[in-house]
Each structure stands twice: as C-alpha cells, then as structure tokens.
Design a protein around this ligand. Structure first.
Ligand code: B1M
Length: 224
C-alpha cells in the first residue's frame, strides 16, 4: 500500500509529471505524479496523506538536493510541474468545504518571489473552509494588494514568502497596508518565516502551515 506513496514521492522529486512526459529520460513510459496521485486517492489514502507523505516530501527532497548542489533550478522547476499535476487531483478534496462564504481573503506571494505552490495550497484550504479567496499570484507588489483591498473592503490579507531575500519585502507591504487602514488583518507564512519575524514586521498572525491559518481565520468569525 505505502509503495504507491513512495513512487509518488520519487515522481515529484524527479519531476515526472505524467506518463507522457519525456522527462526525466530514464523514467520514460513510467507513470508520473498525475496518474500516481489519482491511484493513491482511489486506493483510499486521504488527500492530506497524499499531500504530506508524498507530495510535500518530494518537494522537500528536491530542495535538499538543491542545497547540496546535486540539483539545479531546472530540476526544481520540473518538480514544481509534477507537484502541480498532482495538485489538480487534491484540489477538489480541499475545496469541498462549506458553501456559505465567511469573508474574503486576499492572497499573494510577496514581491520578488516566484514560489507559489505553498500559497496555492493555502488558497485551496482556505477556500475549502468557506472563505472567498482572491489570489493575486506570485511576485505581488503592494499596489496589487492595494487594488484588491479597494475592491474588497474588510478583506484579510495573506502573504507568502519562500526566500530569505524576499520575506523582508513583507515589512514594507504590511506597513503600507496598515497605513491605508490599521484594522486590516495581515497574516504571513512560508518556510523561512517565524513568529518573531511576524512580530517584527507588525503583521497580525503567523502560521507555519495552512491548517493554522485556516483555524485563525475561523476564529475571527467566531469572535465577531
Ligand atoms: Co526555489 N528555493 N528558488 N524554486 N525552491 C527554495 C525555497 C530553497 C529553500 C531551496 C534550497 O536552497 N534548499 C531556496 C531558498 C533559500 C532561502 O532563501 N533560504 C530556493 C532558492 C534559492 C531559489 C532561487 C533563488 C534559485 C536560483 O535562481 N538560484 C530561485 C528564486 C526565484 C524567485 O522566486 N525569484 C528559485 C526558484 C524556484 C523555482 C521557480 C524553480 C521553483 C518554484 C516553482 C513554483 O513555486 N511555481 C522552486 C522550488 C520548487 C523550490 C523548492 C524545491 C520547493 C518549494 C515548494 O513548493 N515547497 C524549495 C525547497 C524547499 O521548500 N524545501 C525551494 C512545497 C510547499 C508545499 O511548501 O512553499 O513551504 P511551502 O509552503 C508550505 C508552508 O511554508 C506554508 O504552507 C505550505 C504547505 O505546508 N505556507 C504558508 C506557505 N505560505 C504560507 C502563508 C501562510 C501560511 C502558511 O499564511 C499567509
């Protein structure tokens, strides 16, 4: 049973998106992240298990290889492509939450940063928990957050960063958002962040994972 999760971890790490993908050449003709995710779900693994035990694990492994100089940007890109092929099967499970919307959350990966997989996962889970999500994408400057806040007054802002060099951009954006309206709630997350950093930049909430962010959001509804 667990065998399929191991195969899926390898498919993501190696960037094997689907059976027809010619990359990597030594895996030609083998099932990729697309088919293996569908199979794992069919076998009864939960979306959460597939995500944590295979997909996120595969991304972590390619990250380790990159740190060790054994993989490079093209390999990370292929791994991201495989992850995305898998996520389309996972998405319906996270989006099947309550229909009534609890409020609006504006999400974006911060300016300068192209990593969008974690932000996309967060978006799926928040949407599944019953929130309207306005996804501004990656490399999001303050102006885009401003425009979205003007369109959705009272919305909560969620910012993601994966690089130590881009997380610092969250400070200026948070300050400008608070200058527009001090009551706007700003939550931040992403692998290099910490509670201490969140406090330093004047954001309202930090969560290392989408579950914590969703619980925080739901807590806002209960307390209002
Ligand atoms: Co990049 N990259 N990358 N990369 N990349 C990392 C982040 C890195 C850790 C790799 C490494 O060195 N081991 C490293 C950062 C080092 C650092 O700053 N400390 C790195 C680097 C250096 C770079 C480049 C600079 C490489 C270069 O060009 N020399 C470059 C930068 C480009 C740019 O952004 N300007 C770069 C490029 C890329 C690709 C484009 C090739 C690709 C991204 C593709 C894409 O996202 N569409 C890529 C990838 C895939 C990675 C790794 C391998 C995987 C990231 C990922 O998707 N993880 C990554 C290594 C790693 O993470 N171990 C790496 C899976 C994802 C589910 O996790 O995003 O952490 P994560 O999200 C989590 C939590 O953090 C949390 O929830 C998610 C689910 O649990 N979370 C939130 C995230 N946002 C949240 C917000 C919240 C709450 C929770 O509230 C608002």
């Amino acid at each position: 049973m667990e065998d399929i999760l191991e195969k899926l971890t390898i498919a993501v790490k190696r960037g094997k998106a689907d059976k027809n993908s010619p990359y990597p050449p030594d895996m030609k003709g083998q099932e990729g992240a697309d088919e293996l995710t569908a199979e794992a779900l069919k076998m009864g693994f939960t979306a959460e298990e597939v995500l944590q035990k295979a997909l996120v694990k595969g991304m972590h492994l390619i990250g380790e290889d990159f740190s060790a100089g054994k993989a490079f940007v093209p390999e990370m890109l292929m791994a991201a492509k495989a992850m995305k092929a898998a996520m389309k099967h996972i998405e319906p499970f996270f989006k099947s939450g309550s229909v009534k919307q609890k409020g609006t959350v504006i999400l974006g990966t911060v300016q300068g940063d192209l990593h969008d997989i974690g932000k996309n996962l967060l978006g799926m889970m928040v949407e599944g928990a019953g929130w309207k999500v306005v996804d501004l994408g990656a490399d999001t400057p303050f102006e885009k957050f401003k425009g979205a806040l003007e369109e959705h007054p009272g919305a909560i802002v969620g910012m993601s960063a994966l690089l130590t060099t881009t997380m610092v951009n969250m400070k200026g954006i948070t300050e400008k958002i608070k200058a527009m309206n001090p009551d706007t709630i700003v939550m931040v997350g992403g692998a290099p962040l910490s509670q201490e950093f969140c406090d330093q930049i004047g954001a309202d909430f930090y969560s290392p994972d989408p579950q914590g962010a969703t619980e925080f959001l739901d807590g806002l509804v209960q307390s209002s």
